[in-house]
Ligand binder design. Structure first.
Ligand code: FE2
Length: 159
């Protein structure tokens, strides 16, 4: 689905306050061993909030955040290859604009973390080049396409 369709579709916009049950939103595949469950996507501000799930020994490749990121660990444990701390359940993580890192699941089971992302993410190739830029629009498109392919209603998460 095109994000432009969403912006004119009242059905997909969160116009009122909501109590959203994550069980009504699917885990959308993002990469090998990585999936996300979007809770809110705001194309106008370029931000989104999602649950991220990474399977045991899974990784998220080297990337750069163009704006800040906040996270709250719910399950499992993980770290950034470039840091010496380990994020565990009940801990909060802040990443400033420009932060570059590689996420690794360091636990014995999958990890689940709530991420609130305030701007685009640039995935970095082996030569230092940007190979893909994730935005609120690409995030929504992945979610909507997955829903449509699997007959799942698209929740009103845009707002
Ligand atoms: Fe990150």
């Amino acid at each position: 689905m095109d994000i432009k369709e969403v912006l004119v579709s009242a059905d997909l916009r969160a116009t009122d306050d909501q109590l959203r049950d994550p069980e009504t939103i699917p885990w959308v595949p993002q990469a090998e061993g990585v999936s996300f469950k979007p809770l809110r996507i705001c194309p106008e501000r370029g931000s989104w909030t999602n649950l991220l799930r990474v399977t045991k020994r899974g990784t998220i490749n080297l990337h750069r955040h163009l704006d800040a990121v906040e996270a709250w660990v719910i399950k499992g444990e993980w770290r950034y290859l470039e840091r010496d701390w380990v994020a565990r359940p009940g801990t909060y993580v802040f990443e400033p604009p420009g932060d570059i890192h590689t996420l690794m699941n360091t636990g014995e089971d999958e990890m689940v973390t709530l991420f609130s992302i305030h701007g685009p993410i640039e995935y970095i190739g082996t030569g230092g080049e940007t190979v893909f830029t994730e935005t609120a629009e690409t995030k929504f498109t992945k979610y909507a396409d997955f829903c449509q392919a699997n007959g799942i209603p698209i929740a009103p998460i845009v707002g």
